[in-house]
Design a protein around this ligand. Structure first.
Ligand SMILES: [Zn+2]
Length: 247
């Protein structure tokens, strides 16, 4: 097998692998998008549940304050009933002061309840407004996730087919070169790199930007000799730009 034949067969393999890498990259992007959407859903739920919990806390607190007021009211009643039994003016005034203090406490508790009721109302309003919005948003995100999962399956299907193709493609290549190719690919995802040639005829390895001797460029272009990059080890190629080129 000539170097030209080997290089061309390796290039066929490289095209399959490029397609696989492209699919894998797409899948990573889709998965990242799914993760972001799931995070958004979870964050929306977290905030919503937090508000619901707050509402529960407000209600519980209000109930507690109600009980406290009732207790204080019965305390006042008890003290009121003691008034008739009081003998001295001093004791009477002391009792009146006690009752007044309790009444002031009740007033403070009532103010607190009013404040809580306001918070409660605002929170309840927020919850009822957000509930539908959140549901719609979740539905939309779920649809997007489903669509992304469908795209992932499509890419996976392509990868599966390309994997079958690559088994066939490998069969016809010189074993040593297949081993070299696979070794480079394991480390770098793609084993081959195009040589980029500028107008002055200077070339660089597209894999690592390493500059390439003119002699090597000519040999790679004519496909008379297989060259690997001294820097990144990838196998170099230059695409043939004519009709006979395989796509
Ligand atoms: Zn290189």
């Amino acid at each position: 097998m000539t170097d030209k034949e080997i290089l061309e067969k390796l290039l066929d393999l490289h095209k399959i692998d490029s397609q696989i890498v492209k699919c894998e990259d797409e899948i990573s992007i889709f998965k990242e998008k799914i993760k972001n959407l799931e995070d958004k859903i979870n964050e929306g739920r977290r905030i919503f549940n937090e508000k619901k919990q707050k509402l529960d806390i407000f209600r519980k607190k209000r109930a507690e304050l109600d009980i406290e007021i009732k207790e204080k009211e019965s305390e006042i009643k008890q003290k009121d009933s003691q008034i008739s039994m009081i003998k001295t003016n001093e004791a009477y005034q002391a009792l009146q002061l006690e009752i007044k203090t309790i009444k002031d406490d009740i007033k403070k508790l009532e103010d607190e309840i009013l404040k809580i009721m306001e918070d409660e109302e605002n929170t309840a309003k927020w919850i009822s407004e957000q509930e539908n919005l959140l549901k719609n948003e979740e539905r939309q995100f779920a649809n997007e996730i489903e669509e992304l999962k469908r795209k992932i399956s499509q890419e996976e299907e392509i990868i599966k087919k390309e994997m079958e193709k690559r088994i066939e493609a490998k069969k016809n290549i010189d074993r040593n070169w297949v081993e070299i190719y696979e070794r480079i690919r394991r480390g770098k995802r793609l084993a081959m790199a195009a040589i980029e040639v500028n107008e002055e005829g200077e070339g660089v390895c597209s894999g690592c930007r390493f500059s390439i001797r003119p002699q090597a460029i000519i040999e790679v272009k004519k496909r008379v000799k297989i060259h690997t990059c001294d820097n990144c080890a990838r196998i170099w190629y230059i695409e043939e730009v004519n009709d006979t080129m395989k796509v």
